[in-house]
Design a protein around this ligand. Structure first.
Ligand code: URA
Ligand code: SF4
Length: 202
């Protein structure tokens, strides 16, 4: 198979008709941000505003995500943000298994192209790609390695809008990210210079 560039992947997504969500969407939402991002955020699916704009996380959940990023001095443009499913499910219903499956080649290639140090899954649909049987209440904020990538599951920011107490939980999990990225960087440096002493945090 020919390997697509990010621009090509994004173009394919915009014109994609691989599942029935293509019939009801206004715009497919490929994702946005830095193509050399160290951190990639993967949400669930576009909502009303994202479908209108063609950009991820621009509604209320997006505003909260922006605040969370600012709290750790990260700008949206320095990370990459996308979703498991690129087109809005009607009425914001949950994405169906066959829609997630149809869309999966896009996220696979996006992860491969960005090659982030850390993937943050936002919500259970994104989490279940790596942790199919887990409960988010048990594993949120806990980094786990999958080859070169460390995955940190987090609650979906929209959950905090419905359940205020989750706000502090998401905030606390976000605050762990800089240290996790630093740890991954230190290990990379160590591989290049095996004599240097490194502390292992997780
Ligand atoms: N919720 C998501 O999961 N993704 C978006 O892009 C917006 C809201
Ligand atoms: Fe294609 Fe994914 Fe949109 Fe379905 S959700 S039409 S697979 S881009």
């Amino acid at each position: 198979m020919i390997e697509l560039t990010m621009a090509e992947v994004e173009d394919q997504i915009r014109g994609c008709k691989l599942c029935d969500l293509s019939r009801t969407r206004t715009n497919a939402v490929p994702g946005e941000g830095s193509r050399s991002a160290e951190i990639m955020f993967i949400g669930e699916a576009p909502g009303f505003h994202e479908d209108r704009n063609g950009e991820p996380f621009v509604g209320a959940a997006g505003k909260f995500l922006n605040e969370m990023l600012e709290s750790i001095d990260l700008d949206r443009s320095s990370v990459y943000i996308t979703n498991v499913v690129k087109c809005r499910p009607p009425g914001n219903r949950d994405p169906l298994p066959d829609e997630i499956a149809a869309c999966s080649t896009y996220i696979d290639r996006q992860i491969e192209l960005i090659n982030p140090k850390v993937v943050v899954t936002l919500g259970r649909f994104s989490m279940s790609r790596w942790f199919p049987k887990e409960r988010i209440s048990r594993i949120h904020g806990r980094p786990q390695r999958f080859g070169d990538i460390t995955v940190v599951p987090m609650y979906h920011p929209a959950a905090a809008l419905h359940q205020g107490s989750l706000r502090a939980t998401i905030e606390a999990d976000m605050k762990k990210l800089p240290q996790i990225v630093a740890q991954m960087q230190a290990e990379e440096d160590e591989r290049e210079d095996p004599d240097s002493e490194q502390m292992r945090l997780f």
